[in-house]
Design a protein around this ligand. Structure first.
Ligand code: GLC
Length: 438
């Protein structure tokens, strides 16, 4: 019976996590040397800020269907003012449409923001553009989209410089006095924003719709930076860990991958991030219903692709009521009538199994990054983490902490996982400031 074996199938025992750490290190090194690797290890041309940056800066934070425009004052002494923020939502039309539609929408939103802000910078304002997709950066403010992730399919963007496309849209829409001085990944923004207040912070992670991480690497170790002689200093590397593929997969993972729009890519992301976790759970539950471990009335619902979302998992796993009342309410809301207490128990167990594996995979990657930076773990490391799954799932963070303890032993107490909410925009503004000074 699936319900009896599922724990075993999805188990990621200590040995498997240790193995993951090892292969993650190998893939990191390959990626840094420019060899074939599932980890792109993208040099971002961004360093860590000094904390003394001053002035008014803007950021455009675009990493999913919601995006934000913000302006913030950096005051020096690691202090910042309160940002002014406006949120916008990209429609299906822009996501599935052309590059021009997509970037025009963004430009219009910036225009709307500037009208409201009356452009406090009093002259050209530097802007950090957070664009959270795999970008091959060629300088601080230039980068080519390698491929879309997270279900985006806008045509005419892959292979193009996204800063160039945004500048053209600014021109078309009459957006003036903005200088895009940095192109930023959301993980990088999250790291930089957190490190402003906490200097022990050296890893930025996102575990939300998508998942990824970054860290500052010594320049001399980034061997693929052509023309660069061994130099001192560090540059932040966008790992793009979502594409890591040295993982044992189940037939559910393989089915999900085959049915996805980017089959063969983002294998880790498909086991970890909010965009896919619900679908893995649905595939298992569908099989359980077919074999008779769940009431057959659930089958039509479970047959529908993407009918089950990560947010539902958070709610289900958080249900501590006797008789699992909240799960019952959720099923009823989805139009289901006949289900038993056993169904609710099975659903909860499946969700727990899937999210626990995701948390353990994430923890293994973090252990790999921290031991890459500091092999003997001789100092404290703060890991800045943003994303809905880490923030809202009831046991994701505690499962991650437990896994870290298994991998790192007592030294795990040196690694602090902290929620760094909405840092990517603020971080982008700080990076814009650093880049503009250069
Ligand atoms: C996807 C993107 C990556 C981003 C992550 C989190 O994995 O490829 O660039 O950082 O989602 O938003």
């Amino acid at each position: 019976m699936i319900t009896e074996n599922i724990g075993k199938i999805f188990e990621l025992p200590l040995q498997a996590m240790e193995h993951m750490v090892e292969s993650f290190h190998i893939e990191m090194d390959r990626g840094l040397s420019g060899e074939k690797s599932s980890l792109k290890m993208i040099p971002t041309y961004a360093g860590m800020p000094t904390g003394e940056e001053k002035g008014i800066y803007m950021a455009l934070d675009m990493g999913g269907t919601n995006f934000r425009v913000l302006q913030i004052e950096l005051k020096g002494g690691r202090k910042t003012g309160r940002p002014s923020i406006m949120k916008f939502v990209l429609g299906k039309e822009e996501i599935a449409g052309t590059a021009e539609q997509f970037f025009d929408f963004i430009a219009e939103s910036v225009k709307t923001f500037l009208k409201k802000q009356k452009h406090k910078a009093g002259g050209p304002c530097d802007l950090g553009f957070t664009f959270s997709f795999p970008i091959q950066q060629t300088s601080a403010a230039r980068g080519i989209l390698i491929c879309w992730t997270k279900g985006f399919q806008t045509s005419g963007v892959v292979g193009k410089d996204v800063v160039g496309l945004l500048c053209q849209a600014f021109r078309r829409k009459g957006v003036e006095d903005i200088n895009i001085s940095a192109l930023v990944n959301d993980t990088v923004g999250t790291l930089v924003a957190k490190s402003y207040a906490d200097t022990a912070c050296d890893v930025g992670v996102i575990i939300g719709t998508g998942t990824n991480a970054c860290y500052p690497e010594e320049l001399r170790k980034i061997k693929k930076l052509r023309g660069a002689k061994p130099r001192r200093g560090r540059m932040i590397i966008n790992i793009e860990w979502g594409n890591f593929n040295k993982l044992a997969s189940t037939h559910y993972d393989r089915q999900l991958d085959e049915e996805s729009e980017n089959s063969g890519q983002q294998i880790l992301e498909k086991m970890v991030s909010g965009m896919y976790l619900g679908e893995i759970a649905r595939l298992i539950l569908h099989e359980a219903a077919i074999e008779g471990s769940l009431s057959c009335g659930l089958i039509p619902f479970l047959m529908k692709r993407k009918s089950f979302e990560a947010e539902h998992m958070s709610l289900i796993e958080g249900d501590k009521t006797g008789g699992l009342k909240l799960i019952g309410e959720l099923l009823a809301k989805s139009g289901l009538r006949k289900f038993s207490v056993n169904d609710r128990r099975v659903i909860k167990k499946v969700c727990e199994t899937v999210s626990r594996r995701a948390a353990r995979i994430s923890a293994s990657c973090i252990a790999a990054i921290v031991t890459k930076i500091d092999p003997k773990l001789s100092r404290a490391h703060t890991i800045a983490i943003d994303g809905s799954l880490f923030e809202r799932h009831p046991t994701f963070s505690t499962n991650m902490e437990a896994a870290l303890k298994e991998i790192l032993g007592r030294k795990a107490s040196l690694v602090k996982l902290t929620l760094a909410k909405d840092g990517s925009g603020k971080g982008a503004a700080i990076i814009a400031a650093v880049a503009a000074k250069r």
